[in-house]
Design a binder for this molecule. Structure first.
Ligand SMILES: Nc1ncnc2c1ncn2[C@@H]1O[C@H](COP(=O)(O)OP(=O)(O)OP(=O)(O)O)[C@@H](O)[C@H]1O
Ligand SMILES: [Mg+2]
Length: 271
């Protein structure tokens, strides 16, 4: 379905993503983990064509995504909707209009300027909000919602594009644990019920373990682990995060402790 070959992104002399190759053969939920600066966001941004790669190829169902331009590139960008840590909603605009902005790619500039949305789109937007448990928030301004609700609005906006792939860059990094769980469950459901592939950058190991079928560990731009959560041992986690360097990712450290008891606590001591 999706194939990435030798994907590289250099900023000056620094390779943010360094010769990454991956295959996704069927819809699944993938968690990308790694310490700050490992290249997680750059990888997602290249997939969505927000950033151009320096080398390598991305092929989706036989189509070379890296070569797309203009309308074809915009079509791809709506086929792989992106969700961000900071939600990126229009704060003063109502929730349903924020969701409807997910259809912008296929609407005329004029209709957009006057906020003219077809009735069936409005109905669809409300159905999607309902599915995410926030239909009653539809008339409110986005800024009046909690972080967890705002992120669900952002997911609804992404779903409005009917994407094949959802790319989520640290979607729960700004949320409390309860809201983080709600948002991760929503993404999981979207994968399971709709058969969409979800690729999610995550800061905490246990989140990747709990929700993802496959975990990709990145370190210094390279993929150093790619497998099921069961294969992600404490040693491997140490390798991904670089246990010998100063590492103050508190959440992830505590997750390492939950990996497997005593061994986890020992790993913690060395971090
Ligand atoms: N626009 C840019 N210009 C120059 N360097 C950049 C740019 N974007 C990213 N980098 C560098 O590329 C490397 C990877 O950055 P990236 O944001 O992809 O990491 P990340 O894994 O998402 O980190 P974090 O967990 O902090 O979000 C870092 O060294 C970063 O400084
Ligand atoms: Mg990032």
């Amino acid at each position: 379905m999706l194939q990435i070959d030798g994907l590289t992104k250099r900023f000056g002399g620094n390779a943010a993503v360094d010769n990454v190759s991956l295959r996704v053969d069927e819809a699944c939920m993938i968690g990308v983990i790694g310490r700050s600066g490992a290249g997680k966001s750059t990888l997602l941004r290249m997939l969505n064509r927000l950033t151009d790669s320096t080398e390598g190829r991305i092929v989706f169902e036989g189509q070379d995504v890296t070569a797309l331009n203009g309308a074809a590139k915009r079509r791809w960008q709506s086929d792989c909707a992106m969700i961000f840590q900071q939600f990126n909603l229009v704060p003063r605009m109502d929730v349903v209009s924020n969701v409807l902005h997910g259809t912008l790619n296929r609407r005329s500039t004029l209709a957009t300027m006057f906020n003219l949305f077809p009735k069936e789109d409005i109905r669809r937007a409300i159905d999607i909000l309902d599915r995410l448990g926030i239909a009653e928030q539809a008339p409110k301004r986005a800024e009046a919602l909690s972080g967890g609700q705002q992120q669900r609005v952002a997911i609804a906006r992404a779903l409005m594009q009917d994407p094949r792939i959802i790319l989520a860059d640290e979607p729960i990094a700004s949320l409390d644990p309860m809201n983080a769980q709600i948002v991760m469950q929503a993404l999981r459901r979207i994968h399971e019920e709709d058969g969409r592939t979800v690729i999610c950058n995550l800061h905490t190991l246990d989140t990747a373990r709990r929700y993802c079928d496959r975990v990709i560990g990145m370190r210094a731009g390279r993929v150093v682990f790619d497998g099921t959560p069961e294969l992600l041992t404490t040693d491997m986690a140490r390798e991904i995060y670089g246990a010998d360097e100063t590492f103050s990712e508190e959440a992830t450290s505590t997750e390492i402790e939950t990996l497997d008891g005593r061994e986890g606590r020992e790993a913690l001591a060395t971090l």
